[in-house]
Design a protein around this ligand. Structure first.
Ligand SMILES: [Mg+2]
Length: 171
């Protein structure tokens, strides 16, 4: 049970995730969270760095889809200029959005990585649905209201796992 809360990998930022490495691991698709993963939760548009990262993935034939629990306006305004598919109100950690996207990508589960900044939504959801999960450090330390509650629970899980020696990364 506890292992469902553990990401397969933990990196500082999405920009540490590079197409060459993914391809070596047989990865052909990325499902990524938006808020505090790609940009801060209160930043409306993609930054030049994000635009560049999406282009890089595209150049390497790696499909990217954004899955967010946030509302349609937020997710669409961000995703449309990137010309990337997206799912809003995804209700992570429920598995439905993940599975639908995998189907749309026409890829196997083991060919997709799930990236996000939250254990209780991104990592748990990705693990439940059977994907390889990568946790990133949240871009900013502030959060929207609902996430703030999740973070409290998350911190307790992380502390517990750290005590049990299941986590080796630094915070
Ligand atoms: Mg997030």
């Amino acid at each position: 049970m506890l292992s469902n809360f553990l990401p397969n990998e933990h990196v500082k930022s999405v920009f540490d995730i590079q197409p060459e490495t993914l391809k070596r691991q047989g990865i052909k698709g990325i499902i990524t969270d938006l808020d505090n993963t790609l940009v801060a939760w209160d930043v409306k548009d993609a930054t030049p760095e994000v635009i560049q990262w999406f282009k890089l993935m595209k150049d390497h034939d790696i499909k990217v889809t954004i899955i967010s629990n946030n509302n349609q306006e937020r997710v669409q305004v961000f995703s449309d200029p990137l010309e990337t598919p997206f799912v809003y109100s995804a209700r992570k950690p429920l598995g439905r959005a993940f599975k639908t996207v995998a189907k749309e990508m026409n890829l196997k589960r083991e060919e997709i990585v799930v990236i996000g900044d939250q254990i209780l939504t991104d990592v748990l959801g990705g693990n439940f649905a059977g994907f390889y999960t990568i946790l990133v450090v949240p871009i900013v330390q502030t959060d929207g209201k609902i996430t703030r509650i999740n973070r409290k629970i998350e911190r307790r899980i992380l502390n517990y796992m750290r005590r049990k020696g299941k986590i080796s990364w630094e915070e």
